[in-house]
Design a protein around this ligand. Sequence first.
Ligand SMILES: C[S@@+](CC[C@H](N)C(=O)[O-])C[C@H]1O[C@@H](n2cnc3c(N)ncnc32)[C@H](O)[C@@H]1O
Length: 267
Amino acid sequence: MSRLCDKGRGGMRFDILTLFPGMFEGPFGDSIIKRAREAGIISIHIHNIRDFATDKHHITDDYPYGGGGGMVMKPEPIFACVEHVLADVLPEEEAPPIILLTPQGRLFTQQVAMELAQRRRLVLICGRYEGVDERVREHLVTDEISIGDYVLSGGEIPAMVVVDAVTRLLPGALGYAMAPLEDSHAMGLLEGPQYTRPAEFRGWRVPDVLLSGNHAEVARWRRQQSLRRTLERRPDLLASATLTQEDREFLASLGYRGPFSDDKREE
Ligand SMILES: C[S@@+](CC[C@H](N)C(=O)[O-])C[C@H]1O[C@@H](n2cnc3c(N)ncnc32)[C@H](O)[C@@H]1O
């Protein structure tokens, strides 16, 4: 299978280091990511860590010192691969973050996706087996990201998650420019319910306000639904969301009394 390697054309660049390059062909070959690559909004470069193992058998893992089960990824091929990837970064250019995907990293959230979307380039290292030699973490990577409190077999799916979430935030990646701002988590709340045609399906009608054509009323209804849904499903988010007085009054009518993000902290 051919190695995924786009021509850089000024968009955001992702360099992904992996032992399983073939895993990326499908997820990056369809839909929004495919279109973003074709439009030059992003470019994706997959690097096989095994190509950077210099021994005869291209060995990339070894037994853990001190015993124990499983294998650990060796540091030399990972360092060599990252150094190869960074070789074309000009001195005046911003050094890209070198991100290790690991269940021990900081949790990947929409805020982290927004932060990463500001960068020109990201280097993502996918671990396998029992993980990577600690010296990679200590002396090579600049950031560590976890996509959730569970353990996957490798960093490839987490890397896909990061690429997808970041790409949809880039200008031009989505057909509707405001969509990323309206998605759940973008503004600290969950998005409310969505409906499309038909207006009535098996006797279940779309809320009348959505058919009213009154844009102000629709916006107000959407905001209230978003607040209601967040209170029902993720009340923890309300404590850090930016809320207007009207939002607070609506939440109070539902029984929510705080905490709020601007509550005075005790000295
Ligand atoms: C089986 S895991 C190793 C877990 C490691 N022994 C530990 O306890 O931290 C193999 C690789 O999958 C990736 N991985 C697994 N779960 C992940 C998660 N929740 N977020 C990001 N990467 C993850 C990491 O790259 C990791 O090195």
